[in-house]
Ligand binder design. Structure first.
Ligand SMILES: Cc1ncc(COP(=O)(O)OP(=O)(O)O)c(N)n1
Ligand SMILES: Cc1ncsc1CCOP(=O)(O)O
Length: 433
């Protein structure tokens, strides 16, 4: 699938064209790009803007239309009237989904649309939109109306729809109980998509939202499905935002390939730890990493076989697969349910020496006694879930390690938990060798 992103260049790659390339790549989609303006900005400040000439813009668009099948278009920063008019001339006959992100100002205060271009933006760009995605401030600016009891989101969305956009979603309407909502006005229906607010100031979430919508529409999903998908995608990108520069966080997506890459790197490094074979139990070892908000072991990547001991060497027997681990993945799911930031785990051989190293290294350690396991739990076969929950309940802080000393015919075991495989590996290095 090929998606065209038309917008401004952000050298910090937090927003604009560069951010779209990152997001579409995470979604395994090829990104075609047309740059409308070059900006100088970073995570703290917005500098200057240099728009491209009409000729350059037209040539970029023509070169792509001559060569590629385009499945969807996203329009971001358009900056001035000349740019707006070229985009309109080139796009107005197209029959593919177009998502317009009406960016007016950046979080860092930069002007992304000249004030004397607003009229042409309304006249030429808004009517191109299959979906337009103003945030609350942008919606108020475009409709020249403040949202209030009288001027409801529906009234404001209708004003924008009357400018020619087929569907309008106003994002970021704050509600009670830490909820934040998107108000949607389709042709014949309206609805609200509500969710939990994440209090993180970030760079790029608006761009991610519109990118996710066009991706989903290009896959022929409905408007509603696409807006729900985009909401979750944006939420995840904010949750996963990283402090890369000195200023605000930059949103990011944990792509499935990235999960695989991180786990695979950590497994390789684990097998190279000197003397690590001494920490492999009889039942062998698994190392797992889950997607955000895993629902079942199918959302947890693990080794379909195990990490096995071969004399003094440690070998990976099997491949990385979602659903590849049962026991360690089940332990992780229980931990993740209580502490959603914990997404990785490994099981190691129980040894008194390891436990004393864990205690000395100041890692937080929890434990459970399998002989106290209620009969019904044993019958249902949910020992791990019960054990991990028991240990969590009895620990004031997030346990780094949970162990049990075994039971009749059951091998004792240590499980090390962390946010990422890298984080787990750091803990392993403190307690082994
Ligand atoms: C070149 C460029 N395009 C768009 C934006 C705005 O990005 P957005 O994600 O909507 O918001 P902020 O990241 O600025 O909060 C931009 N800054 N630069
Ligand atoms: C911790 C543990 N308990 C029994 S087998 C085993 C090792 C890993 O099992 P899985 O591959 O199912 O995660």
């Amino acid at each position: 699938m090929n998606i065209l992103s038309i917008g401004g260049s952000d050298p910090s790659s937090g927003a604009g064209i560069q951010s779209d390339i990152r997001m579409f790549s995470a979604l395994n989609t090829y990104t075609l790009t047309v740059i409308t303006a070059i900006t100088s900005q970073n995570t703290s400040n917005f500098g200057i803007v240099e728009p491209v000439s009409s000729k350059m813009l037209k040539k970029q668009l023509e070169s792509l239309f001559l060569d590629f099948k385009i499945d969807g278009i996203k329009i971001g920063m358009v900056y001035n009237s000349k740019i707006i008019k070229v985009i309109y001339q080139q796009l107005n006959k197209l029959k593919i989904p177009i998502v317009v992100d009406p960016v007016i100002k950046s979080t860092t205060g930069g002007k992304l649309l000249e004030i004397n271009a607003v009229k042409d933006f309304k006249k030429y760009i808004i009517p191109l939109a299959t979906v337009i995605t103003p945030n609350k401030d942008e919606a108020e600016f475009l409709s020249k109306t403040k949202i209030s009891r009288k001027n409801t989101p529906k009234i404001i969305a209708k004003k924008i729809q009357d400018m020619g956009a087929k569907n309008v979603v106003i994002t970021g309407i704050e509600g009670r109980n830490n909820k934040i909502s998107d108000f949607v006005l389709e042709k014949n229906t309206k609805y609200v998509i509500s969710g939990e607010k994440i209090s993180k100031i970030n760079h790029g979430s608006g761009c991610n939202h519109s990118a996710a919508i066009v991706y989903s529409l290009a896959k022929k999903k409905s408007i509603k499905e696409s807006l729900y998908f985009a909401r979750k995608f944006t939420y995840d990108s904010i949750k996963n935002a990283k402090k890369i520069g000195k200023g605000v966080l930059i949103t990011d997506i944990q792509s499935e390939d990235k999960i695989k890459e991180d786990l695979s790197n950590a497994i390789n490094r684990f097998t190279e730890i000197k003397g690590i074979y001494k920490n492999i139990p009889e039942c062998q070892t698994n190392f797992v990493f889950s997607k955000q908000k895993p629902k079942s072991t199918k959302d947890v990547l693990g080794i379909s076989g195990r990490i096995v001991k071969a004399e003094k060497r440690v070998i990976v027997a099997g491949e990385l697969k979602y659903g590849g681990s049962k026991h360690v993945a089940t332990a992780l799911l229980s931990m993740n349910k209580k502490y959603p930031q914990i997404c990785s785990a490994i099981n190691l051989k129980y040894q008194k020496t390891t436990i004393s190293k864990i205690k000395k290294s100041k890692l937080i350690v929890g434990s459970y006694d399998r002989s106290l396991e209620p009969k019904d739990v044993k019958i249902k076969g949910s020992t791990i879930k019960w054990g991990i929950n028991f240990a969590i309940k009895n620990s004031k802080n997030i346990p780094d390690v949970i162990y049990h000393k075994g039971d009749f015919g059951k091998e004792p075991m240590i499980i090390v938990f962390g946010k990422t495989p890298e984080n787990v590996l750091k803990k392993i290095l403190k307690i082994t060798g």
